[in-house]
Ligand binder design. Structure first.
Ligand SMILES: Nc1ncnc2c1ncn2[C@@H]1O[C@H](COP(=O)(O)OP(=O)(O)OP(=O)(O)O)[C@@H](O)[C@H]1O
Ligand SMILES: O=C(CO)[C@H](O)[C@H](O)COP(=O)(O)O
Length: 406
């Protein structure tokens, strides 16, 4: 079923006038946001209008996090929001099945909320949720653009419990907006709104091991049904989700270990942090010496390692034609407090004090991946995002001063 709800865009602390779309001359403090009504099944109720607002000074920094379902987005988000301090919670007094998480600094919205077809609708049309035809990219673009410009929106909610589209919830523009889900970099208009983008690239073998662990243990699914669901999603995953990694500023790639020959357990992981060079406000992390090619086995007097050990690598490379730096960790930590030894050999990690990475990792030692490169690199990317946010916001406040000087 398609949806006939009208989604409005509300201005926060702003004066707005609504008109039909037209070329309008905007004052320097005015923002123009076009919002769309979804067309009903009969075709009525569609169209668009324009809201012109005098928005506040603060602008929202927008981060995109793309990954397939069950690939660690929620875990990554918990690590990221923790870097900014304060716990992230669903909107107070709202829909208990809301997918949104709000903390002092961040609002995380799940792009599943832009499914234009509910579960029955997808079944009727024979499309998966990964298919662009099951998602409303016009609305996603308009609402992310509005939030980025300081304008609140009524965002739809996709209810994962019922499989239905619930009435919308009000989202106010936060300091940092994270859009996480299947398609944050699919639509070029949405992609252009991102200040930084991350792709979690989990290899098929590892994805399968994680899904089995979660869906069999926590959701009572059978091995056969898990296999069937992964297979059914694969063509659309390959066509629409995976290609987004070429646009990401940072990719966390998770592969089976190379330290155990023919390992098929998926417990020990080789994790690669692929960082694009030349991204404004983001300088890649390095090991020992920037730009060199390094291989490092830190096990010994200062780092306890049991079989199969730990190996780090670092160096320049290319990825989808772009220059990148890649930091790799294969293996897992025995003692998390000894991570400080590794941390002290990494540079450009954007910590505010010595040992901050280790402190963050210890704080969330119970999160999945805390003993390997997934947790380590997610934490580092969280710190890099904090740094990017601080640079972006300080350059915005510094701009008028520079203008005065000139
Ligand atoms: N780094 C990791 N190491 C081991 N297992 C992990 C890791 N990250 C996630 N998992 C496993 O994958 C499951 C899904 O993780 P998470 O909920 O963070 O993913 P998600 O992408 O948000 O999933 P969904 O989109 O389905 O809600 C976890 O319950 C855990 O079993
Ligand atoms: O990929 C997904 C989430 O990222 C889901 O498969 C998608 O949202 C469809 O949800 P449901 O399982 O409720 O049908």
């Amino acid at each position: 079923m398609e949806v006939s709800t009208v989604y409005t865009t509300q201005a926060l602390n702003s004066t707005c006038s609504i008109s039909t779309p037209a070329k309008t001359h905007l004052g320097s403090h005015q923002k123009q946001v076009v919002f769309y009504r979804r067309t009903t099944k009969s075709g009525s109720g569609g169209g668009s209008c324009v809201i012109t607002c005098s928005a506040g000074d603060s602008q929202t920094v927008v981060i995109g996090l793309a990954a397939d379902s069950g690939c660690g987005k929620s875990t990554f988000m918990r690590r990221l929001t923790s870097v900014f301090g304060g716990a992230a919670e669903p909107p107070k007094g709202g829909n208990p099945d809301s997918n949104t998480l709000i903390s002092d600094m961040t609002t995380v919205i799940c792009l599943d909320d832009y499914h234009s077809l509910d579960r029955t609708g997808r079944k009727e049309k024979g499309v998966t949720a990964l298919d662009p035809r099951a998602n409303d990219f016009d609305l996603m673009y308009e609402q992310v653009k509005a939030l980025k410009s300081g304008v609140a929106v009524d965002k739809p909610i996709y209810n994962h419990v019922t499989g239905l589209l619930d009435p919308p919830e009000l989202i106010k523009p936060p300091k940092i907006l994270v859009i996480e889900g299947l398609h944050p970099m699919f639509d070029d208009r949405v992609r252009d709104l991102l200040d930084f983008s991350i792709y979690l690239d989990i290899s098929n073998e590892v994805k399968f091991a994680w899904k089995i662990q979660r869906d069999m243990a926590e959701r009572g699914h059978s091995l056969e049904s898990i296999k069937a669901s992964i297979e059914a999603r694969k063509p659309d995953f390959d066509a629409y989700i995976d290609p987004q990694k070429q646009y990401a500023d940072a990719v966390i790639e998770v592969l089976p270990t190379q330290l155990i020959p023919d390992d098929n357990e998926g417990k020990v992981l080789r994790v690669r942090l692929i960082m694009k060079e030349g991204v404004e406000h983001f300088s890649p992390v390095y090991l020992f010496d920037e730009g060199s090619t390094i291989s490092w086995i830190p096990c010994g007097r200062k780092l306890t390692c049991s079989y199969p050990g730990i190996k780090f690598s670092y160096g320049p490379d290319t990825y989808f034609g772009n220059e990148v730096s890649i930091l790799e960790m294969d293996g897992q930590f025995d003692r998390l407090d000894e991570l400080i030894y590794v941390e002290s050999h990494l540079s450009n990690i954007s910590t505010k004090f010595y040992g901050e990475v280790t402190q963050q990792m210890l704080k969330h030692a119970d999160f999945p991946g805390s003993n390997n490169g997934t947790g380590l690199f997610q934490t580092i990317v969280g710190l890099k995002i904090r740094d990017l946010y601080e640079q972006l916001t300080s350059s915005k406040t510094a701009a008028p001063l520079e203008a005065t000087k000139a």
